[in-house]
Design a protein around this ligand. Structure first.
Ligand code: GAF
Length: 397
């Protein structure tokens, strides 16, 4: 169930009291505290983060929440409201190694593993989890999980880390223990998000510029339209795009595609075979679109002006990087045809969510048009909610 406003339905909030009550009954003890970390929507700049380029995510209001108690040994006990019927999973940190198979618990114990690699003092934890981040929608529910864990562990053991390092613990869990070869965007967004701001992240320097992104004040709304489709080979395709990017950079004699100048792009790309040419063109132009979007935000210009950049980004992902899906393309087209200023797929791709920038008064019509387009195309019925730029990982109790 969710709060309904036509087809726009805000996911139900997490019930913190119920979570704490569940912690008590599972572990027969009080939690030391409760932490939350959000999912994210990337506004623009996709598959640029592992090429040293720019990205521009916001943190969502939807988050993963953890009630946590520090233990005096190396045991980690975890129970999630939504996984395995809430059964407790028990692991010992001393058994965690790269290449091990820990299922979804990898996103938690991987954080402890990474802290150990950095010679931080690590103890076990008892954890009870709940989340209202849609799963499998390209909204970084996994980063929300690893980052809520990293924030809680760091606070409880007083690791005194900066936000970038907290995010990096989450990334290590994903890359090295869960085995997903992601960049750092999702974890940085989850840890560093600020209300009413988008983060322009230089992924090479790992620097974040918070840019005002107050859509309601401009009479605008950002819809997240979940296609409920996910390519079964998404993981393999993601890794393949990473390899293609590296190969293109190697052939062009640059460290990363970040180093290819936009000005001479056409002549540079002539040196590549057709497939790599398209892959590289996407990365270089999408990173440039982040800079163009950021300039509009920085200048305080009409935010509607970012619409065409969103559309161009989608076309680039569809035609050059080939990471969209028929259901996602149908939603993007329907949103624009129904009056969105711009729309694009967000996240790793091969399914997941489309975001659409709309005037508030057009939100319901755009959402309806997306539902109708999915029905016409024989695709799953999308669900729609409003994405609101919110704060990053924090202790909430
Ligand atoms: C996924 C990854 F986790 C990110 O690091 C990023 O590469 C994104 O896909 C594509 O922009 O969310």
């Amino acid at each position: 169930s969710a709060r309904a406003d036509g087809v726009i339905r805000t996911p139900d909030p997490v019930d913190f009291d119920a979570l704490v009550a569940r912690f008590r009954s599972l572990y027969d003890a009080e939690p030391d505290g409760v932490w939350a970390a959000p999912g994210r929507v990337n506004i623009i700049g996709e598959h640029t983060d592992y090429n040293g380029g720019f990205v521009l995510p916001i943190a969502l209001a939807q988050h993963t929440v953890a009630a946590v108690r520090r233990r005096n040994d190396t045991v980690v006990r975890i129970a999630s409201a939504s996984i395995n019927d809430g059964a407790v999973v028990t692991l010992d940190l001393t058994d965690v190694t790269e290449g091990g198979d820990y299922g979804w618990a990898a996103y938690i114990v991987g954080v402890g593993w990474s802290a150990g690699q950095r010679d931080l003092p690590v103890t076990g934890l008892d954890i009870a989890l709940d989340s209202n981040v849609p799963v499998g929608a390209g909204l970084s529910s996994s980063a929300a999980l690893s980052c809520v864990t990293a924030r809680a562990w760091s606070d409880l053991l007083d690791w005194q880390l900066d936000n970038e390092t907290v995010a990096d613990l989450g990334r290590d869990a994903e890359n090295k223990i869960a085995g997903a070869p992601t960049g750092l965007m999702d974890q940085l967004a989850s840890v560093c998000g600020q209300e009413s701001h988008a983060m322009q992240i230089d992924t090479r320097a790992v620097t974040i510029t918070q840019l005002r992104f107050d859509l309601p004040a401009a009479g605008l709304s950002l819809l997240a339209i979940d296609s409920h489709t996910e390519h079964s080979h998404a993981d393999g395709e993601y890794a393949e795009r990473r390899r293609s990017s590296q190969e293109a950079a190697l052939r062009l004699g640059v460290r990363e595609l970040r180093d290819v100048p936009l000005e001479s792009l056409a002549t540079t790309l002539d040196k590549l075979p057709p497939l790599l040419r398209r892959r590289a063109r996407h990365v270089v132009t999408d990173s440039a679109r982040v800079e163009q979007t950021a300039a509009i935000l920085l200048a305080g210009d009409d935010l509607r002006r970012i619409g065409p950049l969103l559309n161009d980004s989608h076309a680039s992902m569809r035609d050059d990087y080939e990471i969209t899906a028929p259901s996602v393309d149908a939603l993007q087209e329907a949103a624009v045809a129904a009056g969105a200023h711009g729309a694009r797929m967000t996240g790793g791709g091969f399914g997941g969510c489309v975001i659409a920038l709309v005037d508030q008064q057009d939100a319901a019509a755009v959402a309806d048009a997306c539902v109708a387009a999915a029905a016409r195309g024989g695709f799953p019925t999308p669900t729609v909610f409003e994405a609101v730029a919110s704060g990053g990982a924090a202790r909430i109790r």
